[in-house]
Design a protein around this ligand. Structure first.
Ligand SMILES: C[S@@+](CC[C@H](N)C(=O)[O-])C[C@H]1O[C@@H](n2cnc3c(N)ncnc32)[C@H](O)[C@@H]1O
Length: 204
């Protein structure tokens, strides 16, 4: 059974975060859940003003939303996750943390969401599991390269429809999947973490 065992108000490091997880979730940690240092850098860029609303597309066990929300209590973090068990772990982790009011978790496919309300997007290469044959989270969902293409095209359209000034952070992302209107502002962590702002002259 995947449970959250500790009651925690702030996380010191990834080991501390992982210590609340079940052995199965801990095993997935290195490959699938963002490191805390990455989350802090990403949230710092995405929360450029108080009241910012940030969506994590493919939020997994909620690590990004919960730990970012601890650092930016005046911003709101939303996560959408397709796997019900991971969504459940996110809800439990939120309950055991001090960030209940500014984290919001939605169970569902990211294609079902209205993206109008968000100022910033965090994206840790959520569709890659359709292309990899190793390290998958489980076999509860269908995988295929054509699903990857469908999701990547849908994500592209979401980004295209956002207004200028929208902030985007990708971790292990693929520049080729992004509209050219997203200007690269900074990159770090060996170029795996990239920060963009939408600036499309035809949209001003
Ligand atoms: C690499 S994990 C990242 C988790 C989290 N964002 C983080 O940074 O710790 C990607 C997550 O995206 C989810 N995902 C993949 N395709 C999805 C879809 N179509 N809709 C919603 N979630 C999806 C997976 O189930 C997985 O939990």
């Amino acid at each position: 059974m995947d449970t959250v065992r500790l009651s925690i108000t702030s996380y010191l490091d990834d080991e501390h975060y992982d210590s609340q997880l079940s052995p199965r979730m801990r095993r997935l940690s290195q490959l699938h859940w963002s490191p805390l240092e990455v989350i802090r850098a990403a949230a710092g860029f995405l929360c450029d003003k108080p009241g910012s609303k940030v969506i994590d597309i493919g939020s997994g066990i909620g690590k990004f939303c919960i730990t970012a929300a601890q650092h930016y209590p005046d911003c709101d973090f939303y996560g959408i996750e397709q796997r019900k068990d991971l969504h459940g772990i996110a809800l439990l982790s939120r309950q055991n943390s001090s960030v209940v009011s500014n984290t919001h978790f939605i169970h569902g496919d990211f294609t079902e969401l209205d993206y109008n309300n968000y100022d910033g997007i965090y994206f840790f290469n959520s569709f890659a599991e359709n292309l990899c044959t190793f390290g998958r989270i489980d076999n509860s969902v269908q995988y295929s390269p054509s699903l990857y293409n469908y999701y990547a095209n849908y994500f592209y359209k979401i980004l295209e429809n956002k207004e200028n000034g929208t902030r985007l952070v990708t971790y292990h992302g693929n520049d080729g999947d992004l509209p050219s209107s997203y200007q690269l502002i900074d990159s770090s962590f060996n170029n795996y973490l990239k920060m963009y702002i939408k600036s499309d002259p035809s949209h001003s």
